[in-house]
Design a binder for this molecule. Structure first.
Ligand SMILES: [Zn+2]
Length: 265
């Protein structure tokens, strides 16, 4: 069988996925003669979710391109921010719970289950709900059913958050979502939630919000400063004007400002 040799140059952003020998500029690669360029790149360990333009001798080609002998292939990373075919909604795998809570804190629509439902079910949910699948599992990101996917490069939640906000630029609406279930928060008069509060909390606070989905009650509590710091840093770096004066979040009724601790249900 004819096994054409091509030259392959991977962008530095993609080096993390390949052995050291492939990181120092163009290297020779012998293909099997029948695999598409997309398959060739993927078989090196690079998830196609991370690949932007594919250039052959400087000309963009599709992943279905069949490499021919002597071609010089350049593999570019995805554009950042990366355009999506729909609104920036996310689905996180079981290992990304802290990132899920931080995205929700910023009002980003983020689905997450603390139990592992398995790769096929995750991929199906990504497709059905049009959510970007975020994971550090390259096998999961190879599944063709995914609506969209993104590899999470860092192990650190703070850096993971910066990665996702920088890459997908979701609109930020801090303090509008339940960090426990992703439901939307609404202002809750004290008399409506008082049976969910302990006496000390009810006396100490006047402003409450409640999750419309699960009923969780939120108020400004002891952990508020650390959450506020996460929100402030994210809005400063990624929020832009829209996030700062979106909705009523600047109003002083406290509707969208409270979450920090919640009543047990
Ligand atoms: Zn909730």
């Amino acid at each position: 069988m004819d096994r054409p040799e091509i030259s392959l140059d991977l962008a530095p952003e993609l080096h993390v996925f390949v052995p050291t020998a492939r990181r120092a500029g163009p290297t020779a690669l012998r293909t099997d003669g029948v695999s598409t360029l997309g398959h060739v790149v993927e078989s090196l360990g690079v998830p196609l979710t991370e690949v932007g333009e594919l250039l052959v001798d400087g000309v963009p080609v599709r992943t279905a391109h069949l490499p021919r002998a002597g071609e010089r292939v350049s593999v570019r990373p995805v554009a950042r921010p990366q355009p999506l075919p729909g609104p920036a909604r996310f689905l996180l795998d079981v290992h990304l719970g802290t990132l899920a809570r931080r995205l929700r804190l910023l009002g980003v629509d983020t689905a997450y289950e603390s139990v592992d439902i398995g790769d096929p079910a995750l991929a199906a949910r990504s497709a059905a709900e049009q959510r970007v699948m975020l994971s550090r599992d390259r096998g999961l990101l190879r599944r063709r059913e995914l609506w969209a996917g993104g590899y999470v490069y860092s192990h650190q939640p703070a850096e993971q958050l910066r990665e996702v906000l920088g890459r997908f630029a979701p609109p930020l609406r801090p303090w509008t979502r339940c960090t426990a279930c992703n439901g939307e928060l609404r202002a809750a008069p004290k008399e409506e939630v008082h049976d969910r509060l302990e006496g000390g909390t009810e006396r100490a606070y006047d402003t409450f919000a409640q999750c419309a989905a699960c009923g969780q009650v939120y108020w400004r509590g002891a952990h508020h400063a650390s959450l506020e710091a996460i929100v402030t840093a994210a809005v400063r770096e990624f929020g832009g004007a829209a996030a700062v004066d979106g909705d009523d979040s600047g109003s002083d009724d406290g509707v969208s400002g409270p979450p920090a601790r919640s009543a047990s249900r």
